[in-house]
Design a protein around this ligand. Structure first.
Ligand code: ARG
Length: 406
């Protein structure tokens, strides 16, 4: 029998409004010991300060878990190989972090012998789905609590609850709802809720506005080995290190700002602003290298798999066996994705401008229009005859029908 006695609750804690208010509320409502967990997925926030916030709310034990390398190798690398972009725009930064954070909550719950885990997600978004499906898949015996969803408070009511209970929240943090990790920043709420208004400059923290970015372009090179990121500008580095460095290099050039009207899983359309400097560069480079080494058939088929992969991850189904099945296909396509791509960073745009690979399928002799061409153009005539045969036969018939109708 599952133990649903809620004496200990393990809460995912970011130190923001939702999770701060949740910590106090859970303790009061269930008369439980609340244990807070902050997972470092490269959000570039002061973990000591977050630990202190937890203490100030009255929490007795707090865990800070450094999962940055695990996030980069086990979640972001597969996403890079899958060229994962939801609706062609969003690199899934928030979505990819949720199953990892959830697995850490479950680990702490096991260690502490807690019977419940909790998250601060609202009932309107995707994150509640990601947390709960992952938790139920990993630990069916553990209960999942969603205090923010259950109490159904507005953001203003939460701010009031925080004030009444002596929980401090910063002014800016309470206007915007922000989620961060090394793959990107997601920003919502406040003036962003009007899709007809340009995002105010203050929402951006990782990118310089293209108007103020350097007047000279910067060139960088990214090296891949079998689809895996291995180097930046001839330095051999870990995936995490490349992402961290690239966030600041590309951010300086204003690269990675995304303003997206998004279809959420729960059916709502939302306006989301993202800053994903490293992700935008890496995905552009990886896609570019694949163009050089994959056959036309591999590339076309892979696109459908990529879309499916991105949807599964967006829709909270990281644990779905189909995701792992798709990974096997994707992994197999990456065997020749080895090489280097050069990107030009300038005024908010990262453009692949040069690429090379030992597995390049580009044949200069075939492609060139000069005298050294090895492509026998006379073969094209017969090819067109046969290629167009079904279409020309059908067209003859249609022409005849059209004539008769007149
Ligand atoms: N729309 C994004 C997603 O569902 C981001 C959600 C979190 N955003 C936030 N500002 N808290 O993955």
């Amino acid at each position: 029998m599952a133990n649903h006695n809620l004496s200990k609750i393990v809460l995912a804690f970011s130190g923001g409004l939702d999770t701060s208010v949740s910590a106090r509320w859970l303790a009061e409502k269930y008369d439980a010991e609340v244990i807070t967990v902050t997972v470092d997925v490269g959000q570039q926030e002061n973990l000591n300060q977050i630990a202190m916030r937890s203490k100030a709310i009255g929490v007795k034990s707090h865990y800070s878990i450094d999962a940055r390398d695990e996030f980069a190798t086990d979640y972001l690398s597969p996403a890079i190989k899958a060229n994962a972009m939801y609706e062609g725009a969003y690199p899934l930064s928030t979505a990819l972090s949720r199953p990892l954070i959830c697995s850490k909550l479950v680990e702490v719950a096991r260690k502490e012998n807690a019977s419940a885990v909790a998250h601060g997600c609202t009932g309107k978004g995707n994150d509640q789905v990601r947390f709960e499906v992952t938790a139920k898949s990993l630990a069916p015996d553990i209960r999942v609590l969603a205090p923010v969803r259950d109490w159904n408070m507005s953001r203003d009511e939460e701010i009031k609850y925080a004030k009444d209970n002596g929980i401090k929240v910063s002014e800016k943090k309470s206007i915007y709802s922000v989620d961060q990790n090394m793959w990107g920043r997601s920003i919502e709420c406040g003036p962003l809720e009007d899709p007809n208004v340009e995002p105010p400059e203050e929402v951006y923290e990782w990118t310089t506005s293209p108007e103020k970015s350097p007047q000279k372009p910067e060139y960088i090179s990214l090296e891949f080995m079998e689809g895996e990121l291995v180097g930046l500008n001839s330095d051999t580095l870990k995936v995490r290190e490349i992402i961290e460095r690239l966030n600041s290099i590309a951010g300086r050039h204003g690269v990675g700002r995304i303003d997206h009207i998004e279809n959420r899983l729960v059916g709502i359309k939302s306006r989301e602003v993202y800053e994903c400097p490293a992700a935008v560069c890496i995905l552009a480079a990886h896609k570019d290298l694949e163009k050089l080494v994959l056959t036309r058939h591999e590339a076309r088929f892979k696109k459908t798999i990529e879309n499916r992969w991105a949807s599964l991850v967006y829709e909270g189904l990281w644990m779905e066996p189909l995701r792992r099945d798709l990974d096997v296909f994707i992994e197999s396509t990456q065997k020749r994705v080895t090489g280097t791509v050069r990107l030009k960073l300038y005024k908010g745009i990262a453009t692949p401008i040069a690429r090379t690979s030992p597995y390049s399928l580009y044949d200069f002799g075939m492609a060139t229009y000069d005298a050294s061409s090895t492509f026998d153009q006379t073969l094209a005539k017969g090819f067109i005859e046969l290629w167009g045969l079904p279409t020309t036969i059908a067209s003859k018939l249609i022409l005849k029908d059209d004539e008769e109708e007149k």
